[in-house]
Design a protein around this ligand. Structure first.
Ligand code: PLP
Length: 375
């Protein structure tokens, strides 16, 4: 049972849809699947612009954002409060951009005011890169506020890593005027790993015309042109498309509001359970990710918890990353997750703590169940 923040569980209907012989990617039959999934991706991204599907993971979408809309020497601000923000700064530097990091401690949210100050100090900044849900810490940055300070203080593009927030949190991409936003199939999409999704605003496409970094396989112009003709520039992962067709149909049937409400409910139930169990949360309630809950246990070893959960109950939890390795566990509740999954994982965690001789002040199951009952 995958209670990690990706890969996430895949519905049986989606698995069965993929369990077929591939078809020709230039066939009329496949064109129809592309046409339908393109429309449904636009619905999910809340945009009228083309959503381009890449045969790449989430990282590929942010690398594509950097190389398609920027040029060597451009000044960019990267928000860093965890591992993924650090990665975007590394990629931007690798491509010769002039990177200014605006940071916050791991476990804290980026302060929009810090970004406003950095933009005021350097009016020539071409882009601000933000990780919305920082999966390494379980912090949800305030994208709406950051987007507003970017718009109020500059003409910069806002480039958003929504790898674990797209499909779990409301991001009205067009309404907010998000310029570039990327995500990955193994997260909120109820699909296996292997695809990345990215969309760009008119302003970003205008920047694309002037951007001079070299690109070929990740040249988004090729993907847009092909997508608009119900095609792909290169051989796509055909069977993942079969799965995506069904996954998006399931998401449409549930509805965006219900999907977001379910993630909020699961986040709050998980956090209530951790508090009842006396397990300290790493991210504050005000900025907690709807996709993953990060816990730094005291008096009980995080790795032992993960090991018992896996061996006794076959439930996978993620560990900490970089300097938090060995000190943290992270419980994912992203994508195809039900109330039953949350209660199952929490009760297994409670049993694990009991087995490890760790005294818990209260029942996590009761705390989670009370929150879930509220709907
Ligand atoms: C917020 C965030 N950004 C980027 C990535 C990288 O995605 P991928 O491993 O699909 O390249 C991840 C993966 O967990 C993530 O959680």
């Amino acid at each position: 049972m995958l209670m990690i923040p990706g890969p996430t569980p895949v519905p049986e209907k989606v698995l069965l849809a993929m369990a077929k012989h591939p078809i020709g990617h230039r066939s009329g039959e496949f064109s129809q699947i592309i046409a339908e999934t393109n429309e449904n991706l636009k619905w999910l991204f809340q945009t009228q612009n083309t959503v381009m599907a890449l045969c790449a993971s989430g990282t590929g979408t942010i690398e594509a954002a950097i190389i398609n809309f920027l040029s060597a020497g451009d000044r960019v601000i990267v928000g860093v409060n965890g591992k993924f923000g650090e990665r975007w700064a590394q990629i931007a530097k690798a491509y010769g951009l002039n990177v200014q990091v605006v940071s916050a401690e791991w476990g804290a949210a980026l302060n929009p005011e810090d970004i406003a100050q950095a933009l005021k100090a350097d009016p020539g900044v071409k882009a601000v890169v933000i990780t919305h849900s920082e999966t390494s810490t379980g912090v949800l940055n305030d994208l709406e506020a950051i987007n507003k300070v970017v718009k109020d203080n500059s003409d910069a593009l806002i480039i958003v890593d929504a790898v674990t927030s797209l499909g779990s949190y409301n991001i009205p991409v067009d309404e907010w005027g998000i310029d570039v936003i990327g995500s990955g199939s193994q997260k909120g999409f109820m699909l296996p790993p292997g695809m990345g999704f990215i969309t760009a605003s008119d302003k970003a496409w205008a920047a694309y015309e002037k951007a001079t970094l070299p690109k070929f396989y990740l040249d988004l112009g090729k993907y847009r042109k092909a997508a608009d003709k119900k095609s792909t520039p290169f051989t796509p992962p055909v069977n993942l498309y079969f799965g995506m067709k069904v996954a998006l149909e399931m998401m449409k049937a549930e509805g965006l509001e219900s999907i977001f409400a379910r993630h909020t409910r699961h986040k709050e139930a998980t956090r209530a359970a951790m508090k009842a169990l006396g397990l300290p949360l790493f991210a504050p309630d005000t900025h907690a990710s709807p996709a993953v809950t990060s816990v730094v246990p005291e008096g009980v070893d995080a790795e032992k918890i993960r090991s018992v959960m896996k061996k006794r109950f076959d439930i996978a939890l993620a560990g900490g990353q970089d300097h938090m390795s060995g000190k943290m566990f992270r419980m994912g509740h992203l994508g195809f997750v039900s109330d039953r999954d949350i209660l199952c994982a929490i009760s297994a965690l409670e049993a694990t703590l009991q087995e490890l001789g760790h005294k818990t002040p209260d029942s996590g199951v009761i705390a989670a169940s009370e929150r879930l009952q509220k709907g």
